[in-house]
Design a protein around this ligand. Structure first.
Ligand code: GUN
Length: 289
């Protein structure tokens, strides 16, 4: 049996369409245009592509987009004062600092990100938002795991009561994914580099999320027959060759549904960012989200 392939493009289109409707609503009912500011420091080519993509998607959906390109030589203080300015700007509802920051200020990333007003933190990285996610209060949630959940819902995949296993415990994917799945009543296990007998654990998963950043690490024998496999890995193994954390060609024969790489959950991240800008706008207007 060959798995159903969950292509990110069709889910991203649906998520963006629902964001567009909400943007129009905010304009019509409240006279407010949601605004996103993206700060990019230096000339990292991959970051430049991501930022252009965010800008283009904002324009598509009628969200005001401000890209702030700061020089490689910017100091921590330069960034903190730019963030203070954006925190106070009434027409900016979401602020995102594109990562990674240049080497000279990388060690200050946490302090810089924590300066963002939690209500404008559309990446969902601020400890206030992390805390709200853990306690189950409405929060801005990191875009990639939130996109995975949205995709499972749109694909009609039941989560309640399911046995879910996540490989990878990063702050950006693994940990938020744990809380999102647990809040939806899955029984969740998080595996990582010190997990013993990993395959024994992953073979229990009805929903398996691979997010540890190791090319084609998850092989067919690690997957339960009929599992839903969500591959969050993006690994460049040659200049023009991207692969996920899952050995797709083998896994597709065992899983009941699987996301490809490229063309899978990566496309959902920008779509969810747009939803987060809308959510942040509503939180600031104190409108129900
Ligand atoms: N760089 C790569 N992924 C991300 C992300 O999700 N947020 C930010 N701010 N930077 C990134």
């Amino acid at each position: 049996m060959s798995a159903k392939i969950l292509y990110g493009k069709e889910f991203a289109a649906k998520i963006k369409e629902s964001a567009r409707v909400e943007v129009d609503d905010l304009k019509n009912k409240f006279g407010v245009t949601p605004g996103l500011a993206v700060i990019i420091v230096g000339e990292n080519p991959a970051s430049q592509v991501y930022v252009r993509n965010k800008h283009k998607t904002c324009e598509e959906l009628g969200i005001k987009s401000e890209v702030i390109a700061m020089p490689e030589t910017s100091t921590k203080e330069d960034l903190l004062s730019k963030i203070d300015e954006l925190n106070a700007a009434a027409d900016i509802h979401g602020i995102l600092v594109q990562l990674p920051l240049p080497d000279a200020i990388k060690s200050h990333s946490e302090e810089i990100l924590n300066r963002i007003d939690p209500l404008k933190d559309v990446d969902g990285f601020h400890p206030v938002n992390v805390g709200k996610l853990v306690t189950g209060s409405p929060a801005l949630v990191p875009c990639t795991p939130a996109g995975c959940l949205e995709m499972l819902d749109l694909a009609g995949i039941e989560i309640d009561g399911k046995r879910a296993v996540i490989i990878g415990r990063s702050n950006i994917v693994g940990k938020p994914m744990l809380h999102l799945l647990m809040a939806r009543h899955a029984t969740v296990t998080v595996c990582h580099s010190h997990t013993k007998n990993l395959a024994d654990v992953t073979r229990e998963a009805e929903i398996l999320v691979a997010a540890m950043g190791k090319p084609k690490f998850v092989t067919a024998d690690m997957i339960r027959q009929g599992a839903v496999v969500v591959d969050v890995g993006i690994n460049r193994i040659a200049p023009k060759k991207l692969v996920g954390d899952v050995d797709f060609d083998a896994a597709v024969e065992v899983a009941s549904a699987i996301t490809p790489v490229p063309g899978g959950v990566g496309l959902l991240t920008v779509a969810m960012l747009m939803k987060n800008v809308v959510k942040a706008t509503k939180l600031q207007l104190k409108v129900k989200t």
